[in-house]
Design a protein around this ligand. Structure first.
Ligand code: ADP
Length: 238
């Protein structure tokens, strides 16, 4: 049984209005993401999932209320796995370089990484079972391999929370399962995961909590609570 009371909060949204200059997409959002929680974010296209992700990453300021990232926990940064990106096949960047770029938290490229960073990057690749790909050209890999490389990259940025935007979209079922298993492994080791997904079956299978965004508002609660909610009945019947 999850004992939420003893867990520290990592991201806290208090009465937050999320959106753009003249357009609040989500209003009065009150959620706390706690250490080690696996949260799946679902909702129709255009409901505000990307807006939420950008806000959680600190890339978009709330238009009202507050969104706080707890910088006293772990490295303080939020690891991010973006929607699938296409790197040109012949673009000369190795897997190791992609993973190491996770350390570039100020977005400035630098030619060298220190020994500790290289060891950590290697450890993440080993942990995800892709150490043998380190010297390969990133653009030559399969979609599933690329996503695992990006997961290793995100782990360089954060040791407490990962935000993933539709990570299995475009992957075949075997590659998708491998990625889900990698994420579950990280979750079991204490990593908090916030994943935007359209894959309801796996969301209900893996998540501790569901955040469902809709035009009428949002639902945030455990999978069991969600299954009983009105929003879920309407959404699952669609
Ligand atoms: P989702 O990720 O669920 O598909 P989005 O967060 O992308 O939804 O979009 C939510 C709403 O915000 C949509 O109505 C969209 O048109 C609007 N929106 C997205 N980006 C911007 C922007 N940069 N400026 C203004 N409105 C935006």
């Amino acid at each position: 049984m999850d004992n939420d009371i003893e867990k520290k909060w990592l991201i806290s949204c208090r009465d937050a209005g999320l959106g753009y200059e003249n357009k609040a997409v989500l209003e009065h959002l009150n959620i706390e993401i706690l250490e080690g929680q696996y949260i799946c974010v679902i909702g129709e296209n255009g409901s505000g999932k990307s807006t939420l992700i950008k806000s959680l990453l600190g890339l978009l300021k709330p238009v009202s209320g507050t969104v706080q990232i707890n910088r006293q926990v772990g490295k303080g940064a939020v690891g991010y796995l973006p929607q699938q990106t296409q790197i040109q096949r012949n673009f000369p960047v190795s897997v190791m370089e992609v993973v190491l770029s996770g350390f570039l938290n100020d977005m400035r490229f630098r030619p060298f990484y220190n020994k500790k960073e290289k060891q950590e990057a290697k450890r993440h690749l080993e942990h995800l079972g892709i150490a043998d790909l380190a010297a390969e050209c990133y653009g030559e890999l399969s979609g599933g391999q690329q996503q695992r490389v990006l997961l290793a990259r995100a782990l360089c940025a954060a040791d407490k929370i990962l935000v993933l935007d539709e990570p299995v979209t475009g992957l075949d079922p075997v590659a998708a399962n491998t990625l889900y298993e990698s994420m579950e492994l990280l979750h079991q080791e204490g990593m908090a995961i916030v994943m935007v997904t359209h894959d309801m079956g796996n969301a209900l299978k893996y998540a501790d909590k569901i955040l469902h965004i809709s035009d009428e508002g949002y639902f945030f609660g455990t999978v069991e609570e969600y299954k009983k909610s009105e929003l879920a009945q309407i959404f699952l019947l669609k």
